[in-house]
Design a protein around this ligand. Structure first.
Ligand code: ZN
Ligand code: ZN
Ligand code: FE
Length: 764
């Protein structure tokens, strides 16, 4: 006798559309011989299944566990409903009503598609746009929601009969794959010259590979924009690329054919290999092998190399033919946003690239590559996010406190990202760049509009930085009808780290970066904040020193060296017998000293980033930098593996006497201690300072949890020493997981603070 039929109705929410969820449900239900149906609706995917109770239970047990790679199930709610004797399982028509669904992130080519790509008998053999429901572009081609072909840049391509049959077959891997295409009906690549004229070659990809091998610079259209590519082992072509791109020293990333090739360049542990091979395919910064077969100019004076694996069929085909690492860097001049439209790329990159590998699939949203850096935190190797973009955007981040009203968070000024939040989730935009650039500012405005539409957010409040001069703050001020929530920069950093760890309780936040507006009118950046999401108290900070010339001090670290020397030694500073002093000409000294003494064009700063700059200059690394934090990065790379001691530093009432650190460095220089040793002692000193302040705060408050945030914590040497020191003394340590510690994470922190304050009934 058959057991009585049992039926449930389930709602599955999260990123479950455009990721092959319905065919997956169809196959699972069919395998368990269940009847019923599945359909998309606005809020997610609805399913009814009917059959033996044990089989229905097995279905519910497996539905999340075995879900498609791109799916991100937020919740499953299931209720028993009356059985109907249904034996067949069907895919029902979608219900367009309801809340806007989530949209998936772009994903690297899956194993099944790769197999077909290199199979001479497959109809998509060597087709550079092969995709399925488990892989391919999503966010970068979506113009609007709901996610279907008509609202993507694939709308221009009508499917041929063979593709349409796959699209319509529930049992097929390409059932409702909105990106489905083939050589007969889909996008095509072409090779064009810098003048825009087509170059006649039998196979654009092979032609491109040949040009690269011969030393050309080629602009390659990828998922989120154009890259510039060239050989990685040819110092001549790299010098040409640097000159044309006007990028003197900033490191270039390298694309390698596979993990084995990555191992010849960098030290790859299991965690780094996992990050490299993850569906997001970020650039992974890992320690460079001394014998890495790449030109030194790829990443001058850096301890790490950035490597990434092919993530589109086009990249796979190119690298399979080249079988060697290539430089793959964003297609732009200096700090402009990456070019993403064919005409724009030709106009802007025509003076840089010799050739262009283009295609006719549009890019709806300009999106850079994501970047992570490997670090050991509390004994575990993990990938620290540095830039969050392609592969992760627009996946949501859960907020530790649900917001009672939808929020817009506009972020900072540099490394800008913004966010929208509704209920318990926040969606961060891709990395947008520096808002001082007009194209980046336009991208910022577009991203805000786009995300409000994608995630159905009609904001009631806008969270922004305290800095009145940030373009994001000025934009927030124009949103007259919204409740405004002003969030102090370093509080936003700490809140970002809390939200990233799903926490809403009081911790000691260590927020170290280059610059942030302090409510006392000074420039903050070496901060210890006792903070939760709602509020903070400044319980410690770096000693304030003059910032001679304001922003000029960021580009010219010699100014900071002079400011610190002046603060530490007064008038004696100019007669110290160290090289850095001799390199600064006397007139410049006088200007800096006067600025410092009279506060003329010299605001005071407690910035940790500026202390790194000063020390980098003192040990002889550089007096001027080509990009922010260059001195700090080189100081980290220079540091000897072990520190034999730390410098004696006074901490009075929470104020860290950074001039003591500078005195320690100067004494070492006078004693002819090696710069590598000084750099090691410097990092160990700062890690020790964090532990000392944390111990004092724990004694006074009982709080034994420390959150590390701010751009300075991209410094792995400092991060590892600080987390190890804190853990050894019994502290809980919070570091970033999904959003960067730098200003790219600010918007999440702002959204979390606003959510907390709105939930508490005040905007603050
Ligand atoms: Zn696939
Ligand atoms: Zn086709
Ligand atoms: Fe910051």
């Amino acid at each position: 006798m058959p057991s009585p039929a049992y039926r449930v109705h389930a709602l599955i929410e999260g990123t479950v559309q455009g990721v092959g969820f319905r065919p997956y449900v169809y196959r699972l239900a069919s395998a368990l011989r269940l009847g019923g149906w599945v359909r998309n609706d606005g809020g997610g995917v609805r399913v009814e299944v009917e059959g033996a109770a044990a089989d229905v239970q097995a279905f519910l047990d497996r539905i999340v566990r075995e879900s498609p790679a791109l799916a991100d199930v937020a919740s499953v709610t299931a209720d028993a409903v009356p059985a109907r004797g249904e034996r067949r399982f069907t895919i029902a028509a979608s219900d367009a009503a309801g809340a806007a669904p989530a949209i998936a992130a772009d994903a690297a080519t899956c194993a099944a598609c790769l197999g077909e790509l290199f199979d001479p008998h497959d109809r998509r053999h060597r087709y550079p746009f092969i995709t399925c429901t488990a892989c391919g572009p999503r966010f970068t081609i979506a113009r609007a929601v709901p996610y279907d072909r008509a609202r993507t840049t694939m709308a221009a391509f009508a499917m041929c009969a063979a593709c349409r049959a796959e699209y319509d077959d529930p049992a097929d891997r390409r059932f409702h794959a909105e990106t489905n295409a083939c050589p007969a009906c889909g996008p095509r690549v072409a090779l064009v010259g810098a003048d825009g004229g087509a170059i006649a070659v039998p196979d654009a990809l092979s032609g491109d590979a040949r040009a690269l091998r011969d030393g050309a610079i080629v602009a390659v259209k990828g998922l989120g924009g154009f890259h510039l590519a060239c050989r990685a082992d040819d110092a001549g072509v790299i010098a040409r690329l640097r000159a044309r791109k006007r990028r003197a020293a900033k490191p270039f990333a390298l694309m390698v054919p596979d993990v084995a090739a990555a191992r010849t360049l960098v030290r790859l542990d299991r965690a780094a290999a996992a990050a490299l091979e993850s569906g997001a395919r970020p650039i992974v910064l890992a320690p460079r092998r001394p014998d890495a077969p790449v030109a030194a100019a790829v990443a001058p004076r850096q301890a790490d190399l950035g490597v990434l694996l092919p993530y589109t069929p086009l990249h796979h085909l190119l690298l399979a033919e080249l079988r060697q690492p290539i430089v793959l860097t964003s297609g732009n001049v200096t700090d402009e946003p990456i070019a993403h439209e064919n005409a724009d790329a030709l106009a802007r990159l025509g003076g840089i690239a010799d050739l262009f590998l283009v295609h006719d699939r549009g890019i709806a949203v300009r999106t850079d590559d994501s970047v992570v850096r490997m670090a050991t935190v509390a004994g575990t190797r993990r990938a620290l996010p540095i830039r969050r973009a392609r592969g992760w955007t627009p996946l949501p981040v859960a907020l530790p406190v649900a917001t009672p009203a939808p929020i817009l968070a506009v972020g900072g000024e540099l490394k800008s990202t913004c966010a929208v939040a509704r209920g318990g989730r926040a969606w961060l935009t891709q990395h947008l760049g520096d808002l001082g650039d007009a194209t980046a500012y336009r991208a910022f405005r577009e991203a805000l509009d786009h995300f409000q539409r994608l995630f159905d957010v009609v904001p009631a409040a806008v969270a922004h930085d305290l800095h009145p001069g940030y373009r994001s703050t000025r934009f927030a001020a124009t949103l007259g009808d919204l409740v405004r929530v002003a969030v102090q920069h370093h509080h936003a950093h700490v809140a970002s780290c809390l939200a990233d760890n799903g926490i809403d309780r009081r911790v000691l936040g260590v927020a170290w970066d280059g610059t942030g507006h302090g409510p006392d009118g000074t420039v903050w950046g070496g901060e210890f904040l006792l903070a939760d999401l709602g509020a903070y108290t400044r319980v410690g900070r770096f000693e304030a020193v003059p910032l001679p010339g304001g922003d000029a001090a960021v580009r010219e670290p010699w100014r900071m060296a002079a400011a610190f020397l002046g603060a530490a030694y007064g008038a004696e500073a100019t007669s110290l017998g160290i090289d850095a002093v001799r390199r600064i000409d006397p007139a410049a000294w006088r200007v800096v000293a006067q600025a410092a003494a009279h506060g003329l064009n010299a605001p005071r700063t407690s910035s940790a980033g500026r202390l790194f700059d000063a020390v980098a200059c003192l040990v002889g690394l550089r007096d001027r930098v080509g990009f922010e934090a260059q001195g700090a990065m080189e100081l980290e790379a220079l540091a000897a593996p072990e520190a034999d001691r730390v410098y004696a530093v006074a901490v009075d009432a929470g104020v860290v006497r950074t001039t003591d650190v500078v005195r320690g460095v100067v004494e070492d220089l006078l004693a002819a201690v090696a710069p590598a040793t000084i750099a090691a002692r410097f990092h160990a000193t700062l890690a020790g300072v964090i532990v000392r302040v944390a111990e004092r705060v724990r004694t006074e408050t009982g709080i034994a949890e420390v959150a590390l945030s701010g751009g300075v914590f991209q410094n792995v040497r400092l991060l590892e020493a600080a987390t190890a020191g804190l853990a050894a003394r019994g502290f809980g340590v919070l570091v970033h997981r999904r959003v960067p510690p730098n200003d790219g994470g600010l918007a999440l922190g702002q959204a979390a603070v606003a959510a907390r304050r709105l939930a508490d009934g005040g905007a603050g």
